[in-house]
Design a protein around this ligand. Structure first.
Ligand code: 99T
Length: 202
C-alpha cells in the first residue's frame, strides 16, 4: 500500500496515528507530497481526482480517500481493539466526534489557505472572523464534553487530538487553551500517546 500524505497535513496525520495504533506502519510505503489547491501534485491527482491528501493506493491499484475512508479501511486490517466501534451508540458517538474534529480541520485548513495563499487584497476579514467563530464554538462544546471522554481511545478521540495539534501547529497565536482548562488537560494527557508523539506535524 502507498500513502500520499504530508507532514503538515492533519488529515494525513490522522491516518498515520491509526497506522501506529493498529501496528500497521510497516505495511505502508509513505510518499510525501507538497501541494496546495493552486499547485496540485500530479501523482495525487492521478489517484484522487480531488487532488487532496491523504490518499491510499492499494496493491491492486484501487485508491482510497478521504481520511475517514482510509482510517476505517485500515481498522479492518488488524486483530486488535477496533478504533471504529462496530455498531450502536458507541459507533455513532465515535463518528460524530470524528466529524466534529474534521469540521474543525476543514475550517482551519480553509483559513490557512485564505491567510497564506490568497493575495491580501482579496481577503475578507468578516469571513475569516466567522470561520474562527465556528472553530471557537466547536472548542467550547468540547470543553463541556471532554470530561466524558475518560480513557476512551477511538477514531473520535484520536481525531480530536489531531485537530487540537493542528491548531497548535498553524494557529498557536489564537491560544485555543485560554478559557478551556478541561480540554487543555485532556489534550495534555492524550498527546503523550506514542501514536501522537510519533506523528507531530512538521
Ligand atoms: O485542497 C487541496 O487541493 C489540497 N489540500 C489538501 O490536500 C488538504 C491537505 S491539509 N487535505 C484535505 O483537505 C483533505 C480533507 C479530506 N476531507 C480528508 O482527507 O479527510 C494541508 C494543511 C496545511 O498545509 O496546513
Amino acid at each position: 500500500m502507498r500513502l500520499h500524505t504530508s507532514p503538515a497535513s492533519p488529515f494525513g496525520r490522522k491516518v498515520m496515528v491509526v497506522l501506529h495504533e493498529t501496528g500497521l506502519v510497516a505495511e505502508v510505503e509513505r510518499r510525501d507530497a507538497s501541494l496546495t489547491p493552486l499547485a496540485p501534485d500530479e501523482a495525487v491527482c492521478a489517484a484522487n481526482p480531488l487532488g487532496k491528501i491523504p490518499c491510499l493506493e492499494l496493491d491492486d491499484g484501487t485508491a482510497l480517500y478521504d481520511s475517514r475512508v482510509i482510517c476505517e479501511y485500515l481498522d479492518g486490517l488488524h486483530a486488535g481493539a477496533r478504533l471504529f466501534p462496530d455498531k450502536g451508540p458507541a459507533r455513532f458517538e465515535a463518528l460524530r466526534l470524528q466529524a466534529l474534529a474534521d469540521g474543525i480541520l476543514d475550517t482551519a485548513v480553509g483559513l490557512r489557505y485564505e491567510t497564506f495563499l490568497r493575495p491580501e487584497a482579496y481577503r475578507w476579514p468578516e469571513w475569516i472572523a466567522a470561520q474562527k467563530q465556528k472553530i471557537a464554538r466547536a472548542l467550547d462544546r468540547l470543553e463541556r464534553e471532554c470530561a466524558g471522554f475518560g480513557e476512551r481511545i477511538d477514531i473520535g478521540t484520536l481525531a480530536i487530538a489531531v485537530a487540537l495539534g493542528y491548531l497548535d501547529f498553524r494557529f498557536a497565536a489564537d491560544r485555543w487553551r485560554d478559557g478551556r482548562p478541561a480540554l487543555a488537560a485532556w489534550q495534555a494527557q492524550i498527546a503523550e500517546r506514542p501514536s501522537l508523539r510519533a506523528t507531530l506535524p512538521g
